[in-house]
Design a binder for this molecule. Structure first.
Ligand code: PHB
Length: 385
């Protein structure tokens, strides 16, 4: 016992504390939904994240990676307690999360206050890269505004004049519709009605009847996960698919086409990923993902993969010391992220500046039609670093 203590003292004297710390595993808190309408999305993010870490020999910044998993249930009311548990009790070095904008905004508030390194692998909340932006917070995905804004121009170019929007009543839905409305109206269209259902409700019947009666030129929607499957099936069953074109943020048809059983065929959506991109990184990624998980990757898997990639770049610059957030930010801000979606950089607010593709659902995939908005940067209103 005595000898052990002595040798530890000697080791500390010889190598210093940093060296010892680098030998400890880096604790990564994965705060993602494992239940509810977004459960599959959480799973794909985790798969993508782990795939990248495996490619790097199980390490980030030279340190072995250890995971602490927490099911956030996409419940904003539990978010603050959940992230505090990860930081204070589990003592994670890094937090990765989450899917739901309300949960992620609550997490970002805590991460900003405590200075904990955080990467958001999905949630597009404008708060995270707006008023709550911080040197230690990064997003590997998108802002809710980005796909919506790209689709507004597409809809106007198609000659649609009057559009009804329908979505869940919370940040993601409101901001996605907000982005659509902004560019659709800039280009001469008009959003004639905005419809909402409470999250995560999937009772669409009354609103679909109202859409049929309103007879707009098209409908724009944000739904994702289980809700997106139900909405597309209900839209088709209501007989609207052939009479009123349905447009969406790409989450409507990403990872959901199989479960929609063909009802999503032909849908036009806008997103920062697609199934027919012609780049080597995507080809390698898709092959590796298929081999590891026996399924095709979707946008969520890509965002998980890139969350790990962002951490890898940042932590390599500080020998794995996750507390050096200023140096991590400097490294990430000057990097080009080699994503399966195509290369991108992060804005000052730490949101991807990226191409948004127009895609058309075919079978179980969403091949590209065109780039709807090239190198689209989120306005990041209210961000002061
Ligand atoms: C969000 O809450 O920000 C959100 C959730 C699911 C998506 C996209 C955005 O697919």
């Amino acid at each position: 016992m005595k000898r052990l203590t002595l040798s530890l003292v000697t080791a500390t004297a010889l190598f210093g504390t940093t060296q010892l710390m680098a030998e400890d595993a880096l604790k990564v808190g994965l705060m993602l939904p494992a239940s509810g309408t977004y459960a599959q999305l959480g799973n794909a993010i985790e798969n993508g994240f782990k795939l990248y870490i495996e490619k790097e020999g199980g390490k980030l910044g030279g340190r072995d990676v250890e995971y602490v998993k927490l099911d956030d249930e996409s419940d904003p009311s539990k978010a603050t307690d959940n992230i505090n548990k990860l930081i204070k009790s589990d003592k994670v070095d890094v937090v990765v999360g989450t899917v739901h904008s309300g949960v992620a905004a609550a997490m970002a508030k805590v991460a900003k206050k405590t200075g904990t390194l955080m990467v958001v692998p999905n949630a597009g909340s404008k708060l995270i890269t707006g008023p709550m932006c911080a040197p230690n917070i990064f997003r590997s995905s998108f802002s809710n505004w980005q796909p919506g804004y790209a689709m507004g121009k597409v809809a106007a170019d198609k000659g649609y004049k009057k559009v009804v929007t329908i979505t869940w009543k919370y940040g993601a839905g409101e901001e996605s519709v907000g982005g659509f409305k902004e560019s659709f109206e800039e280009n001469g269209g008009e959003v004639v009605k905005e419809m909402f259902v409470p999250f995560p409700n999937v009772e669409f019947q009354a609103l679909l009847t109202e859409i049929a009666a309103t007879k707009p030129d098209a409908v724009y929607t944000f739904f994702a996960g289980g809700g997106a499957v139900k909405f597309v099936k209900d839209y088709k069953a209501a007989g609207l698919m052939n009479s009123i074109p349905l447009l969406g943020a790409g989450f409507l048809t990403d990872g959901t086409l199989k479960a929609q059983g063909g009802d999503g065929e032909g849908l036009l959506t806008t997103l920062h990923y697609a199934d027919s991109l012609d780049n080597e990184t995507d080809k390698t990624f898709r092959t590796a993902y298929n081999e590891s998980f026996e399924m095709k990757p979707d946008v969520y898997a890509v965002q998980g993969y890139d969350a790990a990639q962002i951490l890898s770049i940042g932590l390599a610059a500080v020998d794995g010391d996750a507390t050096k957030t200023k140096e991590i930010a400097a490294a990430v801000e000057s990097a080009e992220i080699d994503s399966p979606r195509g290369k991108f950089t992060l804005s000052k607010a730490h949101n991807p500046i990226q191409d948004i593709y127009l895609r058309e659902a075919k079978g179980e995939g969403n091949p590209v039609i065109s780039v709807a908005a090239a190198k689209l940067d989120d306005p990041a209103k209210g961000c002061r670093m």
